[in-house]
Design a protein around this ligand. Sequence first.
Ligand SMILES: NC(=O)c1ccc[n+]([C@@H]2O[C@H](COP(=O)([O-])OP(=O)(O)OC[C@H]3O[C@@H](n4cnc5c(N)ncnc54)[C@H](O)[C@@H]3O)[C@@H](O)[C@H]2O)c1
Length: 315
Amino acid sequence: MENKKILVTGGAGFVGSNLVNELHKSGNEIIVIDNFVEGHIENLNPILDDIKLIDSDIRDEKVIEGLAKEDIDVIFHLAASFANEKSVREPILDMEVNIGGTVRLLEFARHNNVERFVYTASSSSFGKSASLPTTEDVKHNPSTPYAISKLAGEYYTLAYNKLYGLGTSSVCYFNVYGPGEYPGEYRNVIPKFILKAINKESLVITGTGEETRDFTYVSDAVAGTILAGEKQNAIGESFNLGSGIETNIKSLAEIINRLCENDAGIKYVSNRNWDMVNRRVTSIEKARKSLGYDPATDIETGIAKTVDWFKEVIE
Ligand SMILES: NC(=O)c1ccc[n+]([C@@H]2O[C@H](COP(=O)([O-])OP(=O)(O)OC[C@H]3O[C@@H](n4cnc5c(N)ncnc54)[C@H](O)[C@@H]3O)[C@@H](O)[C@H]2O)c1
């Protein structure tokens, strides 16, 4: 994607900032909107002078309407109230940002000649019973407010193509990890584990450690997301963007402990009541065939790069 005017919502967040940095490299003009509930300005520091940064909420009607003068070609919509655990505590916020904010941006796109709109969906919307490897057409079974709101956003996005002819696509992420994700109360398992391992503390696994996830390195997720905003055959479609590889949490913890030279081992505690998915891995065949998506980073390499980044930002 080159020479486009692009709005990235949530562009100071983990995946968003990686996406912004990549789009900036290929000469696009970028506007970021982020209210910094989770975003980190450090993620954008090297290119701050070159992008337009709007420190605002996507629910702010005036701010969104004010973007009409910008002649935006493409929107990548990543701003969201993140994620399952937070949504269990704050379901109204989750609904207002993830559904209300998404519809507001879709309305903006519909009335302002936006060519392409890419939404970022979540594998958690597949829920517990998804067959493996999970394909895009498997029945969803969301069980948290976040899994429900992210699925609603996906349906709205695809409906805007059918109803209004807007060039929409949806990409569904599966446990994205990598540089740019700071640990925090609601963040994913990998930054939590790496922080503990660097501090020489035991890694705490909720469950047996046999649970699996499909961990996707951020540059792969970003590459797939850009392809979804470029390819004509992506319009009106959703794509699962994972690694296609199933990794269990115990071996993930072992890799992290080894790479961080942490001898404190692993501790097991009982499962959280909202986290009942035992196995997760996606088929990436649709994205491979239609988009040319080709995830390149294996878990060892990806974790090693993430640990290096952690050491840099923590020290
Ligand atoms: N990281 C993953 O593993 C994963 C998996 C599935 C789906 N997703 C989806 O991908 C997208 C990006 O995820 P991420 O990991 O980068 O999350 P993130 O929390 O790092 O990024 C989201 C960004 O949105 C901003 N934001 C939140 N509410 C906002 C609001 N009301 N107005 C403006 N900005 C707001 C936050 O400050 C943050 O910078 C999200 O939509 C998320 O649901 C991520």
